[in-house]
Design a protein around this ligand. Structure first.
Ligand code: KIV
Length: 366
């Protein structure tokens, strides 16, 4: 798909660096095919290394091969020449800059993405290393889900998850992330039936983790909590459909809202919560047609997990999509990898190498 690409200004010395390495990030607010490349030519021709070590991935462009069009000169203290070139990004791989100049994904960016019809990508992460990989790969939103209770802690449900544990996971994630928006689940028992407690829990998450928003499960019954949390300036994402924290009420993880009355209730909850001030909504395991209808009715972004393709974005649990977990296999899950086998094979090889005295070898010791 074509998107606007915004190049972060690159400083280089023409004499020493005829080939230019560029790094860019997508600017999701605009769909036009448009790339701006700024060549800032230093007045002094020095061999100062380029700041390319900041870039997680690099691409080499030869300026001449792109037939760049010079734009009017601007004065910035250094001698600066602006070039502009329209490039179709299909031919280019996206790369993400990891210094502070990266444009952070905010609620406003997500809203613009919905308005522009650009799909939002969201995955869960619960630790520093995984979050760092997701962010470098260019994910839009990282959800520190209370699914950590299942995939990190081995509980059968998400109910045992505590606020302290969520804060531990979320602060690890936030330390790794430069670009993605980080949303954190309020765990079971930290908001239900008490909006003051909900506000207190949300404030703890924001203060102690540095995350950007919280997510809360439920319909009209949590509207008062949503409203109170919003008074503190904390963005809130909703979660309807299959809400795992209510598993004991429903008794099953089956598809939700298949009956007309349930579907109507879900729509009414979604509209009510949107009016309360949610910036986004997760819909879990509902018929695709209902997902599409809700995404159309709501002006805020609707992210689906098992809610069909016509919502504004998709979310999956990272352990499921990478195939670390094997036993969980709902229809909506696409596995992009089989890490379970790969990890086990590597560990088996390691065990064998240790037992055989093959590891470490001469080169792997001091
Ligand atoms: O906790 C979680 O991972 C979630 C997603 C399934 C949306 O809420």
């Amino acid at each position: 798909m074509n998107k606007i690409i915004e190049i972060i200004g690159v400083e280089f010395d023409l004499y020493f660096y005829p080939n230019l390495t560029l790094c860019w990030q997508t600017n999701s607010t605009d769909k036009k095919i448009h790339i701006k490349i700024f060549f800032i030519i230093s007045s002094k021709q020095t061999s100062t290394p380029l700041p390319f070590e900041f870039f997680s991935k690099k691409i080499k462009l030869s300026p001449s091969s792109y037939n760049l069009v010079p734009l009017p000169r601007k004065k910035t203290g250094k001698s600066v020449i602006y070039f502009q070139k329209i490039i179709n990004i299909k031919n280019l791989k996206m790369s993400v800059h990891n210094n502070s100049k990266v444009k952070k994904i905010t609620t406003r960016v997500l809203q613009n993405m919905k308005n522009e019809g650009i799909k939002i990508s969201m995955l869960t992460a619960y630790d520093y290393s995984t979050a760092s990989l997701l962010d470098k790969a260019g994910i839009d939103v990282i959800l520190v889900g209370d699914s950590a209770a299942n995939v990190m802690a081995g509980f059968e449900t998400t109910l045992p998850m505590t606020l302290d544990a969520m804060i531990y996971h979320a602060s690890s994630v936030v330390r790794a992330v430069n670009r993605a928006m980080v949303v954190v689940d309020l765990p079971f028992g930290t908001y239900q039936g008490n909006s003051k407690k909900a506000l207190f829990s949300a404030i703890r998450i924001m203060k102690e983790t540095g995350a950007n928003a919280i997510k809360i499960e439920g319909g009209k019954e949590v509207a008062e909590s949503v409203s109170r949390i919003l008074t503190a300036g904390i963005p809130v994402m909703g979660h309807l459909g299959l809400t795992p924290q209510s598993i004991n009420k429903f008794g099953t993880y089956a598809v939700r809202a298949t009956s007309e009355s349930e579907a109507q209730k879900l729509i009414s909850d979604a509209l009510h919560l949107e009016a309360t001030g949610l910036f986004g909504l997760v819909l879990e395991k509902i018929p695709a047609k209902l997902g599409r209808d809700i995404a159309k009715k709501l002006s805020i972004p609707v992210i689906g997990i098992g809610a069909g393709k016509h919502v504004d974005g998709q979310v999956l649990v990272i352990h499921d999509m990478l195939g670390i977990t094997q036993e969980f296999s709902p229809r909506f899950l696409r596995r992009y990898h089989n890490l379970s086998d790969e990890i086990q094979n590597s560990v088996k090889q390691y065990i064998k190498d240790v037992k055989d005295g093959d590891f470490p070898n001469e080169k792997e010791q001091y």
